[in-house]
Design a protein around this ligand. Structure first.
Ligand code: FE2
Length: 204
């Protein structure tokens, strides 16, 4: 397994995010800051996980949105952007966070519209990797981070479904998200909601 060494420093990651925000000033940046914070808080509770790296990976998981509103293509845009800077381990998160394993096969979620080549690229990339705890941690945190803060996973999933619609993968993906939640909670010995501030305020 990769040691997740090919990632930028925190300072560099913040510079990249600031630059991206100027290019594409939408709430994805606030969402990314919350994903980073949640990843850090959860990783701190888990022996063997690096909370600083987790924070950086959270900051950059949606960095492909710097290119503008291109839907799911942001996964491959972010991957290519970070690989071009030599940060393969941060790059992988851009692709893995929009995917999950279903019937022993990795699938990508969402609407890819005209970006068939990007979708094929992502699917091919996924055949070559195994998910790590870092991939799963960012997926989990992506599922509970609104731009305003942390919320109940169920709320965020419905929010995404209302905006983007549902398809045959929606329920299996939700199940996979809850599976990942259980996995980390069993490692932590407590609920993720015990350590994430503001969930009640942001959910109700
Ligand atoms: Fe995200």
């Amino acid at each position: 397994m990769s040691n997740f060494d090919k990632i930028p420093s925190l300072e560099e990651a913040k510079i990249m995010l600031n630059e991206a925000q100027k290019l594409s000033p939408t709430p994805w940046v606030e969402h990314s800051l919350n994903v980073a914070e949640a990843a850090k808080l959860i990783a701190e509770q888990i022996p063997g996980m690096d909370s600083k790296k987790s924070y950086i990976l959270g900051l950059l998981h949606d960095i492909g949105r710097r290119a503008g509103r291109f839907g799911m293509r942001h996964a491959v845009d972010g991957y290519n952007y970070l690989v071009s800077k030599g940060y393969e381990d941060a790059a992988r998160i851009c692709i893995t966070h929009v995917s999950f394993e279903y019937n022993n096969k990795k699938v990508v979620v969402g609407k890819w519209d005209d970006f068939k080549e990007a979708k094929a690229y992502a699917l091919n990339y996924l055949t070559k990797i195994e998910y790590t705890d870092y991939d799963n941690l960012i997926k989990l945190c992506d599922s509970l981070s609104l731009p305003e803060g942390f919320c109940l996973i169920e709320k965020r999933l419905i929010d995404m479904a209302l905006r983007g619609g549902v398809d045959d993968y929606s329920i299996p993906r939700w199940k996979s998200t809850f599976e990942i939640k259980r996995y980390f909670e069993s490692k932590m010995g407590k609920s993720i909601y015990d350590i994430l501030p503001g969930v009640v305020e942001n959910t109700f």
